[in-house]
Ligand binder design. Structure first.
Ligand SMILES: Cc1cc2nc3c(=O)[nH]c(=O)nc-3n(C[C@H](O)[C@H](O)[C@H](O)COP(=O)(O)O)c2cc1C
Length: 381
């Protein structure tokens, strides 16, 4: 990986709302290579860049929904307002860069690129698991210290539910957020991933009660997310009883952690076989989102899991999302640099804006009231 050089520039329209970012970020592409400091983290990044971990087979469920286009929109495209407020922060669009990484120098470089682009575009940014801040020696805070490059935008911290159960009180979780300047914490539920992971945690007893205790005593918003298997009706109906601020679906249809862990076995092991079979196991994003909106009527519902463009973001908003998160698509661009990520984010926002125009929705609130037509078939996108 190269040394940080000049700060990148984003297109003028990306900087309409934001100040320029002065902190240095890597100007050249990032090569993800295995290193000793935390091999699993870098291996996750490397395997996640493999196209096979996308699961188009079942799809995210959104292709079954279509807008009814307006050929007479009666709107000025340039006046269409994609902005929204999530957890008290105004975003230029209902979009977050999904939780991915941290804990190694390479992961920190990826985070810096992603966070810089998020700030420039005015969208939210989610850190990957901060587990390294709990159980590894050394200065692992740096790879999560993104307020240097993203001083104003919505920033969410992240920790696994198992680490929370085993190590954290509500006040500890708050400290973990404050150490990185996060506006709130995401707690991820990943029992499928852990079951397939060679070194995974297999004992999930006591997680629900721990979540309830921690959420009740943490002074910052706590959200609960899946990592690609989707939150089901049963899980959502239990989670809604806890004092959490909201959920992120991370439904089936995108990155499959079951499959990523299966690939990490490098050969045919019983766990690898299970990982392949269960690669699509869970609740697809379109279903998980609608179930989440019912269960969490007035709380934050972030749609994610296989969202790949602004049309899918628009559909999720019409199906009740407060905002959407995309992870893997931005990782690919992050290996190229900040400008590549900015281009991808702006592409999503522009597609969202044009879709809103074409369905006659002048703002995100109206988009949320726009009906979608359910088509007969649910085919992959
Ligand atoms: C490389 C990579 C690392 C990830 N690490 C985390 C993590 O540390 N914590 C977490 O909650 N989710 C993590 N995720 C899951 C994503 O946040 C997201 O829920 C999932 O990938 C589905 O979104 P996608 O299909 O847009 O990738 C990771 C995803 C990727 C691709």
């Amino acid at each position: 990986m190269s040394e940080p050089k000049d700060k990148p520039t984003a297109p003028a329209h990306a900087r309409t709302r934001r100040h320029s970012v002065t902190t240095e970020v890597p100007a050249e592409s990032i090569e993800i290579v295995p290193v000793d400091e935390n091999p699993r983290k870098n291996e996750h990044l490397r395997v996640a860049l493999d196209a096979r971990v996308e699961r188009p087979g079942r799809g995210n469920g959104l292709s079954a929904y279509q807008f009814d286009p307006q050929s007479l929109p009666e709107l000025d495209l340039d006046q269409v307002d994609t902005s929204c407020i999530v957890l008290g922060k105004r975003l230029s669009a209902p979009l977050l860069v999904g939780a991915m990484t941290g804990g190694t120098a390479q992961a920190g470089a990826v985070n810096r690129v992603l966070a810089t682009a998020a700030e420039l575009c005015g969208v939210g940014f989610c850190l990957g698991s901060q587990r390294a801040m709990l159980d590894l020696a050394g200065d692992h805070v740096r790879s999560f210290a993104m307020r240097e490059v993203a001083p104003t935008t919505l920033l969410l911290g992240n920790i696994g539910a198992i680490q929370l159960r085993d190590h954290l009180s509500g006040k500890d979780l708050e400290r973990l957020a404050l150490a990185v300047g996060a506006d709130g914490m995401m707690v991820h539920l990943n029992p499928l991933q852990e079951a397939i992971q060679p070194e995974g945690d297999r004992d999930w007893r006591g997680v629900y009660d721990a979540l309830g205790d921690v959420a009740a005593s943490c002074g910052l918003p706590v959200l609960v997310k899946e990592v690609g298997a989707g939150l089901s009706a049963t899980s959502l109906n239990r989670l809604k009883l806890l004092g959490i601020a909201g959920v992120e679906t991370a439904g089936v249809g995108g990155t499959s952690w079951s499959y990523i862990e299966a690939l990490r076995h490098r050969g045919r092991t019983p766990q690898a076989i299970a990982g392949e079979v269960l690669a699509d196991f869970g609740t697809c994003t379109a279903d998980s989102l609608q179930l989440a909106r019912v269960a969490f009527a007035n709380r934050v519902v972030i749609a994610s899991g296989g969202l790949r463009n602004g049309l899918e973001v628009a559909k999720c908003m019409a199906l009740g999302a407060s905002a959407c998160a995309m992870a893997a698509p931005f990782l690919q661009a992050a290996t190229v640099g900040v400008e590549a990520v900015v281009t991808e984010i702006l592409g999503v926002i522009e597609t969202l804006r044009i879709t809103m125009f074409l369905v006659g929705a002048p703002d995100v609130h109206q988009l949320g009231q726009t009906p979608l037509v359910r088509t007969a078939s649910c085919t992959p996108r």
